[in-house]
Design a protein around this ligand. Sequence first.
Ligand code: NAP
Length: 321
Amino acid sequence: MSKKNWIYGRNVVITGCSTGIGKQLTLSLVKDFGCNVMGVARNKQKLDALKEELGDKFDYRRFDIADAEAWNGFASELESIGFNTDVLVNNAGMIQDFCQFSDLDTAMLNKIVNTNFYSVLYGVSAFLPQIKKSNFGYIVNISSASAILPVSGETIYSATKAAVKAFSESLYQDLAGYGIGVSCVMPGPVKTDLYKTRDAGSADTAKKNYELVESIGITAETAAKRIIKAMRKRKMRVLIDSVAGLMDFGVRVAPSATSAITGKAMKAFCDKVPAFAPIFKDQIDNDAAIKEKIAARKSMTYKSLKDVPAGGPFGAKKDAE
Ligand SMILES: NC(=O)c1ccc[n+]([C@@H]2O[C@H](COP(=O)([O-])OP(=O)(O)OC[C@H]3O[C@@H](n4cnc5c(N)ncnc54)[C@H](OP(=O)(O)O)[C@@H]3O)[C@@H](O)[C@H]2O)c1
């Protein structure tokens, strides 16, 4: 067997197969490579339509990937029906609206972290025993270019994707000795429903986010083709588009400057790219006051900074209880 043909006919589990990149991966793995795909997502109508199109080589289960118990039950069920998983693709994820970190409430923080990061850990721990049994064991984790160059307004999304990247790179080393491969894919913008996301924000901001991606993104079909090409070569670090390539180049050559320029450019363009506006609205509204505060730094001396108010910097001492 040619080295790159290992993928033909494998048993694959893919999360987020109902739409976007996951759906295109599923279609190609079944139709072009004869794989048996067990998909995971929640939208029954979309999953049924995919089953209708793909027939016996595709089936699905519906559960929230942020639920660790659901992952364990899923893996046990597949084992009990004799479906030994060769390949796990942790693809499903959600984005946040572009906004300041302080505008996200704790419930949304937890939801993004659980969906984008913990789900990957749950998936790998539930399926590693099966993957270790396989002669063709492989894990693909879909991170993001924002793991390479985190961007303003996407603090938590970028942090979860950077966590997926670090986990994948470490896992790659852990599993190399077992002959199991790991790919970490870091896409730039891909034209999918991610930006029309239902639960992260309002329909209006979602529409604005999508308009931005429409103008610079690649299609989900192209993304899937490039991901499968990298899987066949068993590549660990996978960039699939020129935006991600440019971000990677900037960070390698001048990390601090690239980060600073990215933030400044987003602010400068926020009247032309409406999706960015909420990140900078407060700064723009209070521009004069912020500039005044920064200018005041110049007249501050070391001595004035050192002046301790009466009672000490932490106020009057409380009596010991
Ligand atoms: N599109 C981009 O520009 C881009 C860029 C960088 C990275 N990525 C990453 O690529 C991956 C795929 O994104 P996409 O663009 O294809 O997004 P998408 O079109 O919104 O698809 C997301 C998929 O994940 C599933 N999903 C989401 N939350 C889930 C949950 N809690 N439990 C189970 N399934 C869940 C959705 O299915 P249901 O709605 O049926 O549950 C859907 O099938 C994500 O990890 C994303 O972060 C995308």
